[in-house]
Design a protein around this ligand. Structure first.
Ligand code: KPL
Length: 297
C-alpha cells in the first residue's frame, strides 16, 4: 500500500519503519522542512523516507495521523485538499474527542480510530527505540470506516498484535481511564509510572477510578471499578520504568494532552451531571502548570 504517516514522533516513526520493512511504500509528513528523513530503529541501519511530498501524499491509500490529540485539527485540515475521497484516514493518539471536532470535514473518507499499547521512545530526530511490546486495536469512526477491517492484516504483518474491535469506543475509554489515572499524577509529581504503586497514591487513584467508572457507565460502557482498577494497576506495573508522555511534556514545558484526557472525562461527566471533583482538581493543576510556562514566554 501507499502509506503516509503524519507526525513521525516515537509511535509514528515506529509504524513507519515497521510498515516499510513489511513491504509498503511509506512516506512521512512532518513539521520538518527537509524533503527526506532518515530513521533508525533500535540501532539498526537507517532507512530513508521522503517527507512532505505532495505527490506521495495524494497517491496514499492510507494516511495514519500519529500527532497529539491537540494537533489533529491543524494537522489534518490542510492535507484534505490533496487526498482522494476514498483515501483511508487513521488516527492513533492518546485521549478522545479530537476526531469528533473535524467529523464533518473528513466524512467523505473512510475513517478508522486506533489505540495502541506499543511503546516507543525517540531520543532524537533520527533514532527510535521500541520500548514496550503491546497491542493495537482498530475500529470504525464512520460508516465507510467499517469497510476497513482488512487493515488488521496490513498492520498485523508489520507490528503484531493488531485486532479489529467493533466496540472501539470501549477500548478508547479504557485507554482514556488508564491515561486519566497515570498521566496527570506522573506529570505533576515528575515520577515514573511505577511510583504510582506506592501506598501514598492509593487513595487518589481510588477516587480517580471511582469517578471514571461512574462516567463510563453513564456513557454505556460496560465496566466496573474492579476491572478498571486491575487495568490501571497492570499498566502501572508493566510500564513501571517508563516516563509517561505527560511527565515528559511537563518536563520539557510542552503543551500537554490534558484537554483530551481528563478534559474529555470532565466534559462527558458534565453531560451526565456527574461530579468528578478529584479529576477536576488534577485537570486544574495541570492547566495551572501549563499557564505558568506561557507567562514566562
Ligand atoms: O499512554 C501512556 C502515556 O504515557 O501516555 C501510558 C499508558 C500511561 C504509558 O506511559
Amino acid at each position: 500500500m501507499n502509506i503516509t504517516i503524519v507526525g513521525p514522533g516515537a509511535i509514528g516513526s515506529l509504524w513507519a519503519i515497521k510498515l516499510l520493512q513489511a513491504g509498503h511504500n511509506v512516506s512521512l509528513w512532518s513539521r520538518s522542512t527537509d524533503n527526506s528523513i532518515e530513521l533508525s530503529l533500535d540501532g539498526q541501519a537507517s532507512l530513508s523516507f521522503s517527507n512532505n511530498n505532495i505527490e506521495k501524499l495524494s497517491a496514499s491509500d492510507l494516511v495514519i495521523f500519529t500527532v497529539k490529540a491537540w494537533q489533529v485539527e491543524e494537522a489534518t485540515t490542510p492535507l484534505l485538499q490533496h487526498l482522494y475521497p476514498d483515501t483511508i484516514l487513521m488516527f492513533m493518539h492518546n485521549g478522545m474527542g479530537a476526531v469528533d471536532q473535524i467529523a464533518t470535514q473528513i466524512d467523505t473518507h473512510p475513517v478508522v480510530l486506533a489505540t495502541t499499547t506499543q511503546a516507543a521512545f525517540k531520543p532524537n530526530r533520527n533514532n527510535v527505540s521500541h520500548t514496550g511490546i503491546g497491542q493495537t486495536q482498530l475500529g470504525a469512526f464512520n460508516l465507510k470506516g467499517q469497510q476497513c477491517t482488512f487493515l488488521v492484516d496490513v498492520l498485523e504483518h508489520a507490528l503484531p498484535v493488531v485486532s479489529w474491535n467493533p466496540e472501539i469506543k470501549t477500548a478508547l475509554w479504557t485507554k482514556l481511564a488508564i491515561n486519566c489515572a497515570i498521566n496527570p499524577l506522573t506529570g505533576l509529581e515528575q515520577i515514573k509510572n511505577g511510583e504510582l504503586a506506592d501506598q501514598r497514591f492509593s487513595e487518589v487513584l481510588n477516587s480517580i477510578i471511582k469517578e471514571l467508572t461512574q462516567v463510563m457507565m453513564a456513557e454505556g460502557i460496560t465496566c466496573s471499578f474492579d476491572e478498571l482498577e486491575t487495568s490501571v494497576k497492570q499498566v502501572i506495573q508493566a510500564t513501571a520504568k517508563n516516563n509517561s508522555s505527560m511527565k515528559q511534556d511537563v518536563f520539557y514545558q510542552r503543551k500537554t494532552e490534558i484537554n483530551f484526557i481528563t478534559g474529555h472525562l470532565i466534559k462527558t461527566a458534565l453531560k451526565h451531571q456527574i461530579e468528578v471533583p478529584v479529576n477536576q482538581k488534577l485537570f486544574a493543576q495541570v492547566k495551572e502548570r501549563e499557564n505558568s510556562w506561557n507567562h514566562q514566554d
